[in-house]
Ligand binder design. Structure first.
Ligand code: UT7
Length: 323
């Protein structure tokens, strides 16, 4: 018995904002953004919410998997930018797609969220609770970004990616190894305040919170922790770097991806990227890239793939699976 990804889907808002568009909003340049990050453009939502994007990605993943919404037993939406405190996004997705037999809940592990969702689904399935799940990463980060802060607003984009996973009988390998971690002591290097204390006993002016980031600290954390975490997941899977066909990493910065490849002594051609077109979509980056690779036929059955993410929390994770 093992868990396989049997279908993927993704959804991006129509509006595309280029680096040149960014230069009209804040004091920046196409050259600076390209050189420091590798990002050229990103999608910004003018209509879609986290739930509607998630549902669009979910519909496509279901179609790809050949499953009906009623067959889905569990929906996990990883997001750090839901439009509602209540109800959770996963329940809204359940309602939109008509997955009337599914349990649904959200999970927030920021940019590691899709991976944490995948491993949560895996845990449920190994325990025999559910046979399948829809795991989604969806973000509308454009509403929690400070559009006057050039050091953050140029980095992020909106979008959603989804995967249908299923527990399958037989010898065909699927999920082989997982490694995850968190370091809450460094949480404030990438943060976004939400509601502060406000009740009959405490009065606070309620300020909207925006993403604040110490980019260099996150950069150092990512380039150190991601290779370690991938190595640990590979050890758990009893594989080495050379066994891997593709490394699908969180798409935050091309320099981070290059540094990770170098530390792992892996060929950079095994690290596909799409961040030039979509920017950093937090929990959505890995499933959107996975869907693009799947639909373009760049992943073959039997390929060994590493997925790895890192982000606010600070959180990090990696898994090794056979397609
Ligand atoms: O999902 C996880 C999300 N976060 C990350 O992955 C972030 C990881 N960190 C990074 O990717 C990089 O640290 C950044 C791309 C965010 C920044 O690159 P950097 O090479 O670390 O630049 P810096 O913060 O050291 O800033 C260098 C200069 C500063 O000017 P001064 O002080 O040298 O005069 C900044 O004010 O660049 C300036 N700067 C900009 N200039 C033009 C910062 N943002 C911009 C901008 N355009 N958008």
């Amino acid at each position: 018995m093992t868990m396989k990804i049997i279908g993927t889907g993704s959804a991006l808002p129509e509006k595309v904002a280029t680096n040149f568009d960014m230069a009209e909003i804040v004091e920046t340049s196409d050259e600076w953004i390209r050189e420091r990050t590798g990002i050229v453009e990103r999608h910004i939502s003018t209509e879609d919410t986290v739930s509607t994007l998630a549902a669009k990605a979910a519909f496509k993943a279901l179609e790809d998997a050949g499953k009906s919404a009623e067959e889905i037993e569990l929906i996990i939406v990883a997001t750090c930018s839901p439009e509602m405190e209540l109800p959770c996004c996963a329940c809204q997705v359940q309602s939109i797609i008509g997955a009337s037999n599914a349990t649904a809940f959200d999970l927030n592990a920021a940019c590691s969220g899709f991976l944490f969702g995948l491993s949560t689904a895996y845990g449920y399935m190994c325990a025999g609770v559910y046979k399948n799940a829809l795991v989604i990463g969806s973000e509308v980060l454009s509403k929690i970004i400070d559009w006057t802060d050039r050091s953050t607003c140029v980095l992020f984009g909106d979008g959603a990616g989804a995967a249908v996973v299923e527990m399958q009988e037989g010898e065909d390998p699927g999920m082989l190894g997982i490694a995850q971690g968190a370091d809450g002591t460094k949480g404030m290097v990438l943060s976004c305040p939400d509601r502060v204390l406000n009740n009959p006993y405490v009065k606070n002016p309620i300020e909207p919170g925006y993403v604040q980031m110490d980019g260099q600290e996150v950069y150092k954390f990512a380039t150190r922790q991601v290779p370690n975490c991938i190595q640990k997941a590979l050890e758990n899977a009893k594989l080495t770097v050379d066994d891997i066909d593709l490394f699908v990493l969180h798409q935050a910065n091309i320099r981070i991806i290059e540094a990770v490849a170098k530390r792992l002594k892996a060929d950079l051609s095994k690290f596909p990227t799409n961040l030039a077109r979509v920017g950093n979509m937090s929990s959505a980056t890995i499933p959107v890239l996975l869907d693009e690779l799947n639909k373009e036929g760049k992943i073959k059955r039997g390929d060994k793939i590493v997925l790895s993410g890192f982000g606010a929390g600070l959180t990090y994770g990696a898994c090794v699976l056979v397609w």
